[in-house]
Structure formats: C-alpha cells, structure tokens
Design a protein around this ligand. Structure first.
Ligand code: 13P
Ligand code: SF4
Length: 307
C-alpha cells in the first residue's frame, strides 16, 4: 500500500493534478488527497484550481460539478460507476412536468443531481447553504429536489412554502429510531448529530442537524469529549484527524455509502497513470448547469476563481 500511495503522490506532480476528496472517502484516499471537504467546499475548490487536472474522489455528480465549474480542466473520476442513488431519483423529464404544475415556484436543486437536472433549475444548493439559498429567492414557493428530508429540514427554517420532491439518500435512510435511543441511553452525555439527509423522525430525536463540513467545525468547537455521528462512516476519519482529543462513535453501523467506497488506491493510481475516465458534458447542458451552480456560489459572495 505504501508504494501505491507514494506512486500516486509522484504521479500527481507529473500530471499537474490535484486530488479532491469528499469527506466520505476511505481513509487512504483522504490522506493522499490535496483537499478533503464537503460538497460545497469541493465545488468552490474546483472553481479555483490552478492545476490542469482534477481527480475527483467522490461520486459522479461531484465530478460533473467540477467539470461544469472548471471546463478547461481535465476532470477524472476513478470509478465511473460511482453514482448517487438519490441523484438518480430526479429525472429531467419529470422535472419539466413538475415545473408546469408549479408555475409560480422557483426551483432549487441539491447538488446531488445530474447536470441535465441542474440545467433546468434556478439555483443549486448543498446541505451547508440550503436555507441561505432558499431565502435568497424572490418567490414564496420553492420546488426543492431531490431530497425530501433536506426539504423537510429547510421547511422548518424558512417562511417559504417548500414543495418537496420525493427522493432520499438510501444510506442515511438506514438508521433506525431504536439506534438513536440506544446511543442516547448508552452515552447520555454525548451530543448526537445527524445529517439533514436523515428522516424527520431521526432529525427530531438528535441534538444537532448539519452537513459534513459543519460537523467538522462542531467537533473542533464543542466541549463534549464524545460525539455520536449520524452520517456516512468516512467522516469519522476526518473528524478524528481534526479533533484527535475527542471520541467519535457512529450512530449506525449501516452508514456506508457503497458508491463513495468505489474509489480505491488502485483505481486512483490507474486514472492518474492512464488519464482515463474523463468527465465530459455537452457544452449547452454544461453552460446552463453552470448558471445554477454559479448562482449558488454567489449567494455566499463566493466569486468564481480562475478557470
Ligand atoms: P455534504 O458533505 O455536503 O454534507 O454532502 C453529503 C452527501 O451525502 C454527499 O453525497
Ligand atoms: Fe448519494 Fe447518499 Fe451516497 Fe451521498 S451518501 S452519495 S447522497 S447515496
């Protein structure tokens, strides 16, 4: 393994590549990456990258976002079959029909959507900025897709009427209320945090709800010595690195996203060696999808960097 990771580091320089890793990637991948972050941080980073190649260690829609925001870079995805079942729950033709049913609504797409869907919406959001994005819009009705659980979370934080799509994350849907109850009685002093992709029943039982980037900040800032973490298991490695004096326990052992685990040192090395698995899009779709991503970055005053 050591040699493989060393080889990846060498090739990264030779290929003028930067490796971006989502917080859910396996520990070896996070450790070899240049940047580890949540969906928002990685989109922002992709837009600013100076290197000519981005290797995106995550799932397909994330690599697509990088390509959309940095179209003159080569974007490689180590395993092209690494998709997101939630993103697949929003079909562009269904969206076009739904928009006709709600002509007065603005449409917000969670970044966990295909580029074709992004091309049809007003603006994108991630779990870290969903409320800000929704509140920035000048309509009372918001059609929000694809995550019904994130939609529910925002509907409790905004005065706007949220019309939810019925998609969800199959990984975050696995945690049971009994698992939350068991953690609560076994570790009464430990705060329980969960991702807004968890169901309303779970969100109602935990102490704090936040995306993975906010979980990292919470872990560093809290006085608690032990934290129960309700999101994909890959984040535990990041948390342990960022807050080594604290103990992190997974809320459920079933929090494993098999798509996030498709990136391995082998396929990462392979794409760097062979410059394969390039992500490309039709320019027209790419440009329209870019508008909705750029609008999202602008909500927080983030300028688009060099492309
Ligand atoms: P964040 O890292 O933005 O919270 O996203 C979670 C997720 O499920 C990405 O697929
Ligand atoms: Fe998709 Fe859920 Fe996996 Fe994230 S954790 S990539 S939302 S299936």
């Amino acid at each position: 393994m050591y040699n493989k990771l060393e080889k990846i580091k060498e090739l990264k320089k030779e290929r003028d590549a930067v490796i971006l890793s989502h917080n859910y990637q396996m520990p070896e991948i996070q450790d070899v990456a240049d940047v580890v972050g949540d969906s928002f941080e990685l989109s922002k980073k992709a837009a600013e990258v100076k290197a000519s190649t981005i290797v995106f260690c995550g799932v397909h829609f994330m690599a697509e976002c990088a390509h959309i925001l940095a179209p003159d870079k080569t974007v490689l995805l180590p395993d092209k079959t690494a998709g997101c079942p939630m993103a697949d729950m929003a079909d562009v033709d269904d969206l076009i029909e739904k928009k006709k049913e709600h002509p007065n609504a603005k449409v917000v797409a969670y970044v966990n959507t295909s580029a074709k869907v992004k091309a049809e919406v007003d603006i994108c959001c991630t779990s870290s900025n969903a409320k800000e994005v929704v509140d920035s819009l000048d309509t009372e009705e918001i059609l929000f897709l694809p995550d019904k659980n994130l939609a529910w979370y925002i509907s409790n934080k905004t005065d706007k009427k949220i019309i939810p799509w019925q998609g969800y994350c199959i990984t975050h849907a696995r945690v049971s209320q009994e698992e939350v109850d068991a953690c609560r009685s076994n570790f009464p002093d430990a705060p329980i945090i969960c991702h807004p992709e968890c169901s309303p029943e779970i969100q109602n039982k935990v102490d704090h709800i936040m995306g993975t980037g906010a979980m990292v900040r919470f872990a560093k800032e809290t006085d608690a010595k032990r934290i129960i973490v309700g999101t994909e298991m890959g984040l535990i490695h990041r948390l342990q690195k960022e807050a080594p004096d604290k103990e992190f326990l997974l809320l459920s052992q079933s929090f494993v996203c098999s798509n996030m685990k498709k990136t391995t040192p082998d396929n990462l090395l392979y794409v760097l060696e062979n410059m394969e698995n390039k992500i490309t899009l039709e320019p027209e779709i790419r440009e329209r999808a870019k508008d909705s991503l750029v609008k999202m970055l602008e909500v927080r005053g983030e300028a688009i960097g060099s492309r």
